[in-house]
Ligand binder design. Structure first.
Ligand code: SAH
Ligand code: SF4
Ligand code: F3S
Length: 439
């Protein structure tokens, strides 16, 4: 068998694409290796959300290009979001690349690999709708299976490259999704996470020919037999409907967890970001979710140092994180992305120093909010799904897993219980995790 090494950067959508690439490559007798030097085929699956992620891709393949001198049959594929965006230009930058594979052409991989094996050099990035039949997936081992239900974005936030790398919103077929979920459950996965850039925009048609939205899809999956959990990410704030919230409350397998990126706590900045809500609207949505869904965890994303952001506006973001009691937030300093609207506001760019300094304060506030959130659960009994078994720095055996509301809990335990649901008592809170005891 030939060997393929895939390095994946970026979000879960890319990780999910990697699993589909591995599935398709087995048709060509490729097996995965975790050692790039052993590989006959090297794939970099790239992310372009920030300059830093893009640069990581270039530095990785720079090394691979040199290996070709001593291993002339080695094939190199540049895939993912940077490939979709930069297209043929990548050949100029990295002449040793054999295939530039855009996100829209993922399903063409086997055919394209055959062509590069025959000595061709190919760039395939044109946006076309691909048939989804006969999909094979080799999932990463673990308890959670990621299942993409929609891809792309129509929102065009002024800072964001995703609409250019993933294209317009499109939903996957209902029966395809259900088939993948059933297969993952039969393989022993205990948690299904439905994935999409705007997961609430999912629109499908079920076997009876009826339209199905995200709430309907959750109902269909919830009705499958067995004990497992269901999650979904990411929600665009204003797309969260009452029906969806009620469905989360009603369905036993759907977990109490919403990821609702706010991006900024200031109305002016939100407007410039082209987000379609203000702070009051976001607050209403959060409060509504919290009133209805007991023990819900709400996480968010924030950008520090958006072009023209004043110190006062930035302060509003810090205030909102604490006021809204956001349980956890991803953070990043603004990074201009070529082709987006905000990238043109060069005269409004903030210096690297200001952005970094704001990011540090943002992270400090996120840590504070996270610890506040974790403290609320001390003394409670909760169910975790065990993901890991190992030894901590004190030499103790520990199992770790997430609660339904997505809090990580570490629990002393001598038995490997990966994949099991275990009830624990929360006895302590740290910034990034809870400490538990078996009960
Ligand atoms: N669809 C999701 C976000 C997907 S991108 C939403 O609408 O919220 C993931 C995160 O990357 C974003 O939430 C944002 O916080 C961050 N991000 C996107 N573009 C960025 C940029 N140019 N600079 C810094 N962070 C960015
Ligand atoms: Fe990017 Fe905005 Fe779309 Fe999210 S909603 S993927 S931030 S353009
Ligand atoms: Fe990055 Fe593409 Fe995901 S740009 S964040 S890998 S959709």
């Amino acid at each position: 068998m030939k060997k393929v090494y895939i390095e994946t950067l970026g979000c879960q959508m890319n990780k999910s694409d990697e699993e589909r690439m591995l599935g398709m490559l087995q048709w060509l007798d490729y097996e995965q290796t975790l050692e790039p030097k052993e590989a006959d085929l090297l794939i970099i699956n790239t992310c372009s959300i920030r300059q830093l992620s893009e640069d990581k891709a270039y530095s990785a393949i720079g090394t691979w290009g040199k290996w070709k001198k001593t291993k002339p049959d080695l094939k190199i594929v540049f895939a993912g979001c940077v490939a979709q965006q930069k297209k043929e230009d990548l050949f100029k930058r990295a002449p040793y690349v054999d295939l530039v594979l855009g996100t829209h052409r993922l399903y063409e991989l086997p055919e394209l690999i055959k062509r590069i094996e025959a000595g061709e050099r190919v760039c395939s990035t044109e946006e076309v709708v691909f048939p989804e039949d006969n999909l094979d997936i080799i999932r990463k081992k673990g308890v959670n299976a990621w299942v993409p239900i929609m891809e792309g974005c129509n929102n065009f936030c002024s800072y964001c490259i995703v609409p250019y790398t993933r294209g317009r919103e499109r939903s996957r077929k209902f029966e395809q999704i259900m088939g993948e979920v059933k297969k993952a459950l039969s393989e022993g996965f205990k948690e299904i996470t439905l994935l999409g850039q705007n997961v609430d925009s999912y629109k499908g048609v079920n076997e009876q020919g009826e339209e199905v939205n995200l709430a309907g899809l959750l109902r269909a999956i919830n009705s499958l037999d067995g004990k497992f959990r269901i999650r979904f990410v990411t929600s665009y704030p204003t797309d969260i409907t009452d029906e969806l919230i009620d469905t989360v409350v009603e369905l036993d397998k759907v977990c109490e967890y919403f990821h609702i990126p706010m991006q900024s706590g200031d109305d002016e900045v939100l407007k410039k970001m082209n987000r379609r809500y203000d702070v009051a609207t976001y607050t209403k949505i959060c409060n509504h979710v919290r009133e209805k869904v007991k023990d819900v965890t709400i996480t968010s994303d924030f950008i520090a140092g958006f072009p023209g952001e004043t110190e006062e506006q930035f302060q509003h973001t810090l205030d909102e994180i604490l006021k809204l009691e956001l349980d956890y937030s991803n953070t990043a300093a603004y990074s201009p992305r070529e082709g987006t609207v905000a990238a043109k506001w060069v005269d409004k760019y903030l210096s690297k120093e200001v952005k970094e300094e704001r990011l540090a304060r943002l992270n400090e506030t996120v840590r504070e909010a996270c610890l506040n959130s974790n403290n609320k659960y001390v003394g409670r009994e909760m169910e975790i799904l065990v993901e890991k078994f190992g030894t901590n720095k004190h030499g103790e055996n520990v199992i770790s897993g997430r609660t339904r509301n997505n809090k990580m809990v570490h629990v002393p335990c001598d038995e490997n219980r990966i994949g099991e649901f275990v009830n624990v008592k929360i006895v302590g809170a740290k910034t990034w995790y809870l400490k538990g005891e078996l009960i």
